[in-house]
Design a protein around this ligand. Structure first.
Ligand SMILES: Cc1cc2nc3c(=O)[nH]c(=O)nc-3n(C[C@H](O)[C@H](O)[C@H](O)COP(=O)(O)OP(=O)(O)OC[C@H]3O[C@@H](n4cnc5c(N)ncnc54)[C@H](O)[C@@H]3O)c2cc1C
Ligand code: FES
Ligand code: FES
Length: 504
């Protein structure tokens, strides 16, 4: 066993009262105790373990310089590696998992070939100049390499670009890095040796749940519900992709966290009773993939939600509970008529998502209550759904405007409509006037014009750094027009005909 830190007794605000955090790193199980629960993986690596290969750029999940891989044991005892932003992941969330950094790719002296194929490909393709971003790119490429070697497939160039959408490089340019991503598969194969890691993680499964003053990680819904009632002042932590920024950027002190990541029931995504049921702590990646299977037009929005490391860590429940008016999930789910299952102790209630928000960043959750699941009615043949996101960059950007637009069309007549917009008000909201203008009408251009006119009275958007009020009004009208062009009974246009990203 190695230890990056002495396993000292925990302070009241620290983890480890019951036992230290334990995870696999650099060939052994590491134990850490005595650190504040919001210590990030990056801070631990650089300041405590003195492994400085992992870099700090933005410290807010945006640049990918800090990308590491986190290995999780799967139900079938295989190991899955996910890229993560070490700068916003709190160290206690690593408990029971494996941490792999760029240093782990180094081969023993005298090895032939001398470099890991990802590193060799970066050298061969001139994928690095100043080198600051390089460890992060190498780790994202390694995640892609491992996943594709497992499945025996090769990524397209576009899939590589998507896998790297959370990594920024300011000097090399992306073409050589993408070329390296293609080349790495042509070099002699070299895989991470999973055997000893799996054995160690299996042994760690026997550890009792982390439960201390500053950080508790319950493993069942009932335990979580009891803790939530007992410690209503504690902050629920899901993926931490919002909370990590409160700590790093707003310097907020959070010394009592209840972590949802170990509650298996909260991670399930399943179909039952005519609904897609998404556990509140299911990752954004899993949740958007499930949505896209039923509503293929949500796929682009899912792909444009942040980046792979954020989508793998962050949760759909966190997105809804955080309640940002420019969050991407709420407009789509509201348009689909989703409901939320809320739990307090043993009591459960179900609330339509559209009734959940009370005002800017405030919601209906009572003291001691939490979001357990999201229920989305499955589609019928006469349903149409489009999801649109407008932002300054295609990849990894926050929306200026987001829309979920849903119609029930019956022989060219609109029987029902739900138009939900984000970025137009203090909360994500339905455009009731525009909806009323189309329901019961034939879906003609005249009906569209009536809806566009009615939309004017639905919202009074703000001007901020992402967009002006005038832009938001105009763009929202045009998103309705785009919906009509794609769903009109006569000669509907394919989304590719209207998207500037049609090459994808
Ligand atoms: C680089 C970057 C890019 C991003 N891009 C986007 C984007 O494109 N679109 C977008 O919408 N968002 C984006 N986000 C914001 C963020 O990723 C999402 O809001 C994410 O879904 C938050 O989920 P989480 O699990 O990380 O929440 P956390 O940070 O863990 O929690 C957020 C809030 O929700 C509460 N909470 C979490 N789960 C529950 C629950 N089950 N019950 C009750 N309360 C709960 C927490 O207490 C906290 O108040 C981005 C963030 C970063 C850092
Ligand atoms: S330092 Fe930029 S994503 Fe972590
Ligand atoms: S090589 Fe300099 S930032 Fe990428």
């Amino acid at each position: 066993m190695t230890s990056g830190l002495p396993s000292s007794p925990a302070s009241p605000a620290a983890t480890g009262g019951a036992r230290p955090i334990r995870f696999f790193h650099r060939g052994a199980v590491v134990e850490v105790a005595g650190l504040p629960p919001t210590t990030t993986v990056l801070a631990w690596l650089r300041e405590h373990a003195h492994r400085t290969g992992t870099k700090e750029g933005c410290n807010e999940g945006d640049c990918g310089a800090c990308t590491v891989l986190v290995g999780q044991l799967q139900p079938d005892d295989s190991l899955a590696w996910q890229p993560r932003n070490a700068c916003i992941q709190f160290l206690p969330t690593l408990d029971g998992q494996a941490l792999l950094t760029v240093e782990d790719l180094a081969l023993p002296p005298g090895s032939e070939p001398a470099l890991h194929p990802v590193q060799q490909a970066m050298v061969d393709c001139h994928g690095s100049q100043c080198g600051f971003c390089t460890p992060g790119f190498v780790m994202s490429l390694t995640a892609c390499y491992e996943a594709h070697q497992d499945s025996g497939t090769r990524p397209t160039r576009q899939a590589l670009a998507d896998a790297l959408s959370g990594n920024l490089c300011r000097c090399t340019g992306y073409r050589p890095i993408l070329a390296a991503g293609e080349r790495m598969f042509t070099l002699p194969e070299r895989r991470i040796d999973a055997g000893p890691i799996v054995a160690a993680l299996k042994a760690l499964r026997a550890d009792p749940p982390l439960e201390a003053t500053g950080f508790a990680a319950p493993r069942s819904l009932d335990h979580l519900a009891a803790l939530r009632l007992a410690r209503p002042q504690a902050r629920l932590l899901a993926g931490g992709t919002d909370i990590g920024l409160w700590v790093n950027k707003q310097l907020r002190r959070l010394d009592d966290l209840v972590y949802l990541g170990r509650v298996a029931e909260l991670h399930t995504v399943r179909e039952a009773e005519g609904q897609l049921q998404i556990g509140a702590a299911a990752s954004l990646e899993a949740a958007w993939n499930a949505l896209a299977r039923h509503w293929p037009h949500t796929r682009e929005m899912g792909l444009r939600f942040a980046s792979p490391p954020i989508r793998l860590a962050g949760t759909m429940g966190g997105n809804l509970a955080n309640g940002s008016p420019i969050g991407d999930a709420a407009p789509v789910l509201m348009a689909l008529g989703a409901s939320l299952v809320l739990r307090r102790g043993q009591a459960q209630r179900t609330l339509p998502l559209e009734d959940f928000y009370l005002g800017y960043m405030s919601n209906q959750l009572a003291e001691g209550e939490f979001l357990q699941a999201i229920q989305v009615p499955l589609p019928q043949p006469q349903h149409q759904l489009r999801a649109y996101k407008l932002s300054k960059r295609f990849d990894s950007d926050i929306s200026a405007l987001a829309a979920g637009l849903w119609l029930q069309l019956d022989a060219g007549v609109v029987r029902a409509a739900r138009f939900a917009f984000g970025g137009m008000a203090a909360t994500v909201q339905r455009a009731r006037g525009a909806e009323a203008a189309v329901v019961g009408q034939t879906w003609t251009e005249a009906t569209l014009q009536a809806a566009m006119a009615a939309l004017e009275a639905d919202f009074t958007p703000l001007t901020d750094l992402r967009a002006s009020a005038a832009y938001r009004r105009r763009a929202a009208r045009h998103l309705l027009q785009r919906l009509w062009l794609e769903t009109r009974p006569e000669a509907p246009l394919a989304p590719e005909q209207l998207s500037v990203w049609s090459a994808r």
